[in-house]
Design a protein around this ligand. Structure first.
Ligand code: ADP
Ligand code: MG
Length: 708
């Protein structure tokens, strides 16, 4: 039996002290830390180094190599402030001599005079660490880190060791950051308790949290720097485990709590399948049919559905959602559909309006664009039940929107929403079914672990009638023929996207930005064809207007940045030209090309590479030519570029997991998941708890705070 209700809660609450409670950290420092998201002592303790520096050896000055980070040691010969001739700029210089009579200049352009002057006393011995500049005759270090060696003994190890390097904090020097962490270690570690029960620790061979924290921040000087830099120590694993464990605890908790709720019960009727067939102009793929069956079973269970529909772009998730919504309205309830952008919300509205009348939808759109009067009118109609389908953006959860009888909430492109949205939904404790759709290309097993509070349906199969997008890699010399081809396609009534990596004023000469690209295409194609421009800096209104024009076919070519990536559906768009594809992640390119060939005509994706592209980069792009499977592409991208490129987070429960950490340490994730489930399932009291204290603690571990 794990600790009872009271002690368990206390374990979490005791973690809550703000950093300002540390002796030695005043309001200024705590303010700077706060800006970095470090609010509490555990935030600081879990602010783990991004790498480590080997400062265990002192190099004789004569052997210091230019360009290398080096530790030197010596006696102060002279020093002081100097002024640049004919300018008001100053610098501070200290000349250091080592025992082999070699010299090095230590130079600061930004400094506190009082602080540096303290090192000028005669006979003062220093260690200095920094990048060596200049040749053999005049060695220098700019802004080195210096330590006074007080112990006169020759074998002094003062200032030597393995140094942690932290992600930069504005307004604080690296050594000030290290000092802040050291204060937390000093004042908190001795009384540190471990929130992870001992059984779980033993089972997973994890060190005590206090021990892990100490060794991650201040590794002993005999540790392997390589291992430290690969985060490959039991202590690092323990910290990662904790981040996973806490999120998984929350996931398990939510899942258990949800299982106790009830939701509308919609039985499966026999005529249903027949009815569906009548409503659709095509046959569902096998995977779509399976996903639909999962959903129908959920509806019939009497428990609230909480299902994740995971599938590559273009695999046809929307129609599955439409059928689910149809069932909902046939049972006299309202359905809500939430999309991450206004463009997508509007697109969904049109999609649902265009469906077979047998679907019987009376949709309405709620976005942040509505004027107050329009909004209150819309709200009134929804409350009266005059609309059975409400489509919108985040405004859906933010509004004080009252439904007459909400039965189903559908969330599209979930990966685009912040955790806040899910937290708000959770907070509302909607007694409705939830269907969440996402195109996050992660392996299924990981998806199951991370989205542990949801059931999962995966669509891998594409509609049969869809001709796969053809992808070509082309050099600059082909540009002319590309434009010829484009002209032909436009003449046949088709449309094209052109994607650039930058919006405007790209510095590299060759890197065409969207603004310039749009201008030069206008020169080439007008007046016969219209060219539009869309990017993230445009106001929302304008984005929407441009997108609308393109969708209606008023614009023929749309030049843009990656904001086009999400779910845009324009069946007549068949050509996608991507400039500098080497600048994008493979998965991102795959999402982008998913925008074309969504009608019956074959899509064409042209990757325009620069002249000097490396062999390796070319090989990477080749993956896209050879594969149309988003999961496989993500996997290959990962193998070639490492996990680091998966910058970003993934939502789990109401928490957030670092995607690259999750992929790198998937084994730990699975362990953390089963440990968390055991803990929650094994303690009947625990699952009755209010989750807020736990939530506070999890927030402390996360980068994005969640408002509840
Ligand atoms: P996504 O999964 O990216 O949201 P959509 O739901 O927008 O994909 O579907 C893409 C296109 O495929 C739509 O035009 C849709 O009508 C079509 N589609 C979906 N399912 C099928 C199917 N079984 N057969 C033929 N076309 C389909
Ligand atoms: Mg979609």
């Amino acid at each position: 039996m794990i600790a009872g209700k009271d002690t368990f809660l206390k374990r979490f609450q005791r973690f809550d002290q703000p950093v300002s409670c540390l002796k030695g950290i005043g309001p200024l420092r705590s303010g700077l830390l706060m800006k970095k998201g470090i609010r509490t002592v555990p935030d600081l303790l879990f602010f783990t180094p991004i790498r480590y520096e080997d400062r265990t050896r002192v190099t004789p000055i004569a052997e210091a190599v230019e360009g290398e980070y080096t530790m030197v040691s010596g006696r102060v010969i002279s020093g002081g402030e100097q002024q640049f001739p004919r300018s008001r700029k100053r610098l501070f210089k200290i000349l250091l001599e080592d025992e082999h009579e070699s010299f090095i200049e230590l130079i600061w352009f930004r400094y506190r005079k009082i602080h540096l002057s303290g090192f000028l006393a005669s006979g003062c011995r220093l260690t200095a660490y920094g990048r060596v500049e200049g040749g053999r005759h005049r060695r220098q270090m700019i802004h080195p880190e210096i330590h006074q060696v007080t112990d006169k003994g020759k074998d002094s190890r003062e200032g030597l060791g393995i140094y942690p390097v932290y992600s930069a904090i504005n307004g604080m020097t690296p050594s000030a950051v290290r000092k802040a962490v050291a204060l937390a270690l000093q004042q908190f570690l001795p009384s540190m308790f471990d929130p992870v029960p001992e059984e779980i620790r033993r089972e997973n061979e994890l060190p005590h949290l206090g021990e892990a924290i100490r060794n991650v921040h201040s590794p002993c000087s005999s540790s392997s720097v390589d291992k430290l830099n690969a985060f490959d120590t039991p202590f690092h694993k323990r910290m990662v485990f904790d981040r996973f464990f806490l999120v998984m605890l929350l996931v398990a908790f939510l899942k258990k709590r949800r299982h106790k709720r009830t939701a509308p019960h919609w039985p499966i009727s026999h005529s249903l399948q027949e009815n569906f067939k009548r409503l659709l102009p095509f046959q569902l793929t096998g995977d779509q049919a399976n996903a639909l069956r999962d959903i129908l079973n959920d509806f019939a269970s009497g428990r609230p559905m909480n299902r994740l529909l995971l599938g590559d772009v273009g695999c046809g998730k929307t129609v599955v959602a439409a059928l689910a919504a149809h069932l909902c309205v046939r049972n006299g309830c309202q359905a809500a559909l939430m999309a991450p952008t206004q463009v997508l919300a509007l697109q969904h509205l049109e999609y649902f309006r265009g469906l077979h009348p047998g679907f019987d939808f009376q949709p309405i759109l709620i976005t942040g664009r509505l004027k107050p009067a329009e909004r209150s009118a819309a709200c009134k109609e929804i409350a009266e039940g005059r609309h059975n389908l409400v489509i919108g953006t985040q405004a859906l959860v933010q509004e004080t929107l009252l439904f007459r009888k909400l039965g189903l909430v559908i969330i599209d492109e979930q990966q685009r929403f912040g955790v806040r949205v899910r937290a708000m939904l959770e907070q509302k404790e909607v007694r409705a079914h939830q269907l969440v759709m996402s195109a996050t290309p992660i392996p299924r097993t990981l998806a199951i672990a991370a989205y542990g509070d949801m059931d999962l349906s995966v669509i891998r199969e594409f509609p049969r009638d869809r001709a796969p997008v053809l992808t070509y890699i082309l050099g600059k010399e082909r540009k002319r023929s590309v434009f010829e081809r484009l002209k032909k396609r436009l003449a046949e009534g088709e449309q094209a996207f052109v994607i650039c990596p930058a919006i405007e004023g790209a510095e590299e000469e060759d890197l065409k930005d969207a603004v310039h690209m749009a201008e030069s295409l206008k020169r080439l194609f007008s007046p016969a064809y219209e060219v539009g421009l869309i990017h993230g800096r445009l106001p929302d209104e304008e984005k929407l207007a441009v997108m609308e024009k393109f969708r209606r076919g008023v614009l023929h070519i749309l030049v843009g940045t990656t904001i086009l990536e999400v779910g845009v559906h324009v069946p007549k768009a068949t050509v996608m030209i991507i400039e500098h594809p080497e600048r994008f992640g493979l998965s991102q390119l795959h999402q982008l090309r998913g925008r074309v060939g969504r009608g019956s005509k074959r899509g064409l994706c042209l990757l325009m590479i620069p002249e000097n592209l490396s062999e390796k980069a070319l090989l990477r792009l080749q993956v896209l030519v050879n594969s149309l499977d988003g999961f496989e592409i993500a996997q290959k991208d990962m193998e070639q570029r490492g996990y680091g490129q998966f910058a970003g987070t993934m939502q789990a429960g109401m928490g957030e997991l670092d995607l690259s950490e999750m992929l790198r340490e998937s084994d730990l994730l699975f362990r953390a998941k089963s440990a968390a489930e055991k803990l929650i399932d094994g303690d009947p009291e625990l699952s009755e708890l209010d989750h807020r204290p736990l939530k506070t603690f999890v927030d402390g571990m996360l980068t994005t705070p969640v408002d509840l």
